[in-house]
Design a protein around this ligand. Structure first.
Ligand SMILES: Nc1ncnc2c1ncn2[C@@H]1O[C@H](COP(=O)(O)OP(=O)(O)OP(=O)(O)O)[C@@H](O)[C@H]1O
Length: 341
């Protein structure tokens, strides 16, 4: 439904985004990840038609966002990082204003506003001034404004930024629900956010897409050795003999200087690195249960976002000798010196 072709925006000094190419299918929730200044906001402003490109085009079901702006934009909802809320309006007044602005037919406005209020959990706050809403409720109101005209494509710029942990969970749940009816492109700095929300991830760096793949491929990678961190009780000196020559993984004892670890000297933390990408957790469970060793914690270890960015954006090997997961499609660029050609 969305086709981004050779899209570029060059600002003074050679910064901006250059030659973005990707498409999105109806129903996808795509995460747009990248370090600060990578070009996420600029790309989103281009895709939503808020910024004129230097080159290329954005097509929404063959409608050009820049040449057939009004028609195309009526099918896009955009929540910028700082939603443009009018603080002296009430919640109801703001939604009524946005409904008119987005050409919701006058006879449908009342029911549409009620629908948005109940869908975004704003009930009881209709008469409240926007300025008195918490950041989480402001974000809900921004989302309500972004979808009031029932767009096909929803573009969300860092929708959970600046929220507290409870608000983050609430907004993520709302996005999940919105994803059932809208195609969603959302930018974030947070890797777990894409793992829980998205079925596809685009990573952008220095204005170029450097990876396009599934969250699993990016965070774990099918060619990566499978890694698990475990915390075991009372394993003590048996650890070495237990894992010596084990067919599935090698074990490394992790030094743990936390107060919790000092208070429980009989526990041991291990990093187990698989001999292949195969998931060995079930075999590990049986090995430990047959040895009568209680497992206090077992956690699959993924690449951190920093390690992924480091690998994608430099030629250095990240810490712990992590390699790039091959299942994500790494995009090769002939010229990658940080400037747009
Ligand atoms: N209006 C502008 N004029 C000049 N340069 C700009 C303008 N807007 C963005 N840039 C530059 O373009 C690049 C991409 O910026 P952008 O805001 O799109 O990044 P981002 O990935 O959204 O970053 P962040 O995660 O920090 O919000 C940066 O180098 C930025 O300084």
């Amino acid at each position: 439904m969305l086709q981004v072709n050779q899209l570029s925006k060059r600002f003074e000094g050679g910064r901006g985004v250059g030659e973005l190419n990707f498409s999105m299918q109806r129903g996808e929730i795509v995460g747009f990840l990248g370090p600060n200044g990578a070009g996420k906001t600029t790309s989103m402003r281009l895709i939503t038609g808020y910024l004129q490109p230097t080159g290329g085009q954005v097509l929404l079901d063959s409608l050009s966002v820049h040449d057939q702006g009004r028609r195309a934009r009526s099918r896009i909802g955009y929540l910028p990082e700082n939603p443009p809320l009018y603080h002296d309006m009430t919640v109801y007044g703001y939604l009524s204003f946005v409904a008119s602005l987005r050409d919701v037919p006058a006879r449908e406005q009342k029911s549409r506003i009620s629908e948005m209020i109940s869908r975004l959990g704003l009930n009881g706050r209709e008469r409240q001034l926007v300025r008195s809403l918490s950041k989480g409720y402001k974000q809900r109101l921004g989302l309500a404004g972004a979808i009031i005209h029932k767009p096909d494509l929803l573009v969300l710029d860092e929708p959970t930024s600046g929220l507290d942990p409870n608000q983050i969970l609430e907004i993520r749940q709302l996005i999940r629900e919105l994803g059932e009816q809208h195609t969603v492109l959302l930018s974030t700095h947070i890797l777990p956010e894409v793992n829980t929300l998205c079925n596809r991830v685009l990573i952008i760096n220095q204005g170029k897409i450097v990876l396009d793949g599934s969250p699993d491929a990016i965070a774990g990678g099918t060619d990566e050795p499978f890694k698990v961190a475990v915390e075991l009780k009372g394993a003590g000196s048996r650890v070495e003999s237990l894992f010596h020559g084990w067919e599935h993984a090698t074990a490394e004892v992790l030094t743990d200087n936390t107060e919790k670890a000092k208070a429980n000297p009989e526990t041991v933390r291990l990093l187990l690195t698989g001999r292949s990408a195969e998931d060995f957790r079930e075999s590990l469970f049986y090995l430990l249960s047959e040895a009568g060793i209680p497992v206090l914690e077992m956690k699959k270890e993924n690449l951190s976002l920093e390690q992924i960015f480091q690998k994608l954006t430099t030629n250095e090997t990240p810490a712990q000798n992590e390699e790039l997961p091959n299942d994500g499609k790494e995009v090769q660029h002939e010229e990658d010196d940080g400037h747009l050609s």
